[in-house]
Design a binder for this molecule. Structure first.
Ligand code: GLA
Length: 425
């Protein structure tokens, strides 16, 4: 290489570093907009939600163990309390679509399907509370739920009161069958205020932006004032393609969505599907690491009655959960993509940083990636030095590093290395 070429490439590199720093500063430095004032979700909600794994299975005759029924929720509640899930933070046991009877009662109230939920929701809530857990439920802003059960349009106040009476602690409010963008926005706001008026603390989980995107760009400042978390993108499936598409959507929109996340209001990239059928070990590690970096609600959708020890250990990893639940409450972002590697970072409290490096290449074996520490955390993460701990795929203390040094890692195809960097001096 000639001296001029070297200079040009150095200037180019500096240009890139500056561009990334600018992006990082933009995503990191903005003050967060006002959040829904209900004092809830100061860190991302953690729990379990039935949809991805159990969907709308209402056939309890033939599939008594996997239909949407009281029995399923009683069993999951028992396991969440006894198998360490609650202890590491998974607190909300959430019912999704298909819990309702096909019609409201004579007074216009929603009612649970009496065959599948013979004790009703109030009794289920009592049991869930007796285990030290909280109960989530599902309804829809439009005329019907996505699976065709009664919608809440025209019944927002009644439904909010019913949920509060039953002792519900979280509402997932879907956006199917809403006939206009105005009804969608009005409905999401109306339900938020109605829940607050009940006087019960109810986390409000929205899908408002997801249903707006095809038509309008959502106003996230407004959404944050009404919702504790909000889905932006398509439903998660039990596949790597689905996880990738969620990550790709997130990076394409990070300038818009990262700055609005913070205590009280979070972007929701949908459920954790770890412990099911579709993701390899490395892909499960990637989902866990990136959901921690994204400050995402950690709502598992899996069968806790039958889950491998490996998946359980990953989901219960306290160090990774601590990154997700970090009290600073700033969502992480992708810092760079090169050669089919992605580097993500997230600022944490006490000037610490989380860094995730993903190997997106789906051919070949583990590839090595070297990262220069000056490039992390706007040049501050390891300045003048830092202690680095690798958290995933396995926990390993990597030791003391100086600002000008670099770190070499090996990353499996579709896998992730997750690090925590702490100031040393
Ligand atoms: C929509 C939601 C899903 C789930 C289903 C239920 O697709 O995005 O998360 O709640 O409806 O029907």
């Amino acid at each position: 290489m000639t001296a001029t070429m070297k200079l040009v490439s150095r200037v180019r590199r500096l240009g890139c570093v500056l561009a990334f720093c600018f992006l990082a500063l933009f995503l990191w430095g903005l003050p967060v907009a006002r959040a829904l004032d209900n004092g809830l979700a100061m860190t991302p909600t953690m729990g379990w939600l039935h949809w991805e794994r159990f969907m709308c299975n209402v056939n309890c005759q033939e599939e008594p163990d996997s239909c949407v029924s009281e029995k399923l929720f009683l069993q999951i509640a028992e396991i969440m309390a006894s198998d360490g899930w609650k202890d590491v933070g998974y607190e909300y046991l959430c019912i999704d679509d298909c819990w309702m009877a096909p019609k409201r009662d004579s007074e216009g109230r929603l009612q649970a399907d009496s065959k599948r939920f013979p004790g009703g929701i109030r009794r289920l809530a009592n049991y869930v509370h007796s285990k030290g857990l909280k109960l989530g439920i599902y309804a829809d802003v439009g005329n019907k739920t996505c699976a065709g059960f009664p919608g809440s349009f025209g019944y927002y106040d009644i439904d909010a009161e019913t949920f509060a009476d039953w002792g519900v602690d979280l509402l997932k409010f879907d956006g199917c069958y809403c006939d206009s963008i105005k009804h969608l926005a009005d409905g999401y706001k109306h339900m938020s205020l109605a829940l607050n008026r009940t006087g019960r603390s109810i986390v409000y989980s929205c899908e408002w932006p997801l249903y707006m995107w095809p038509i309008f760009k959502p106003n996230y400042t407004e959404i944050r004032e009404y919702c504790n978390h909000w889905r932006n993108f398509a439903d998660v499936y039990d596949s790597w393609q689905s996880i990738r598409s969620i990550l790709d959507w997130t990076t394409s929109n990070q300038e818009r969505i990262v700055p609005v996340a913070g205590p009280g209001g979070w972007n929701d990239p949908d459920m954790l599907v770890i412990g099911n059928f579709g993701l390899s070990r490395d892909q499960q590690i990637t989902q866990m690491a990136l959901w921690a970096i994204m400050a995402a609600p950690l709502l598992m959708s899996n069968d806790l009655r039958h889950i491998s020890l490996e998946a359980k250990a990953l989901l219960q990893d306290k160090d990774v959960i601590a990154i997700n639940q970090d009290p600073l409450g700033k969502q992480g972002y992708r810092l760079r993509k090169e050669d089919n590697f992605e580097v993500w970072e997230r600022p944490l409290s006490n000037l610490a940083w989380a860094v995730a490096m993903v190997n997106l290449q789906e051919i070949g074996g583990p590839r090595s990636y070297t990262i220069s520490l000056t490039s992390l955390g706007q040049g501050l993460a390891c300045n003048p030095d830092c202690l680095i701990t690798q958290l995933l795929p396995v926990k390993r203390k990597l030791g003391f590093y100086e600002w000008t040094s670099s770190l070499k890692t090996q990353i499996n195809p579709t896998g992730t290395v997750l690090l925590r960097l702490e100031r040393a001096s």
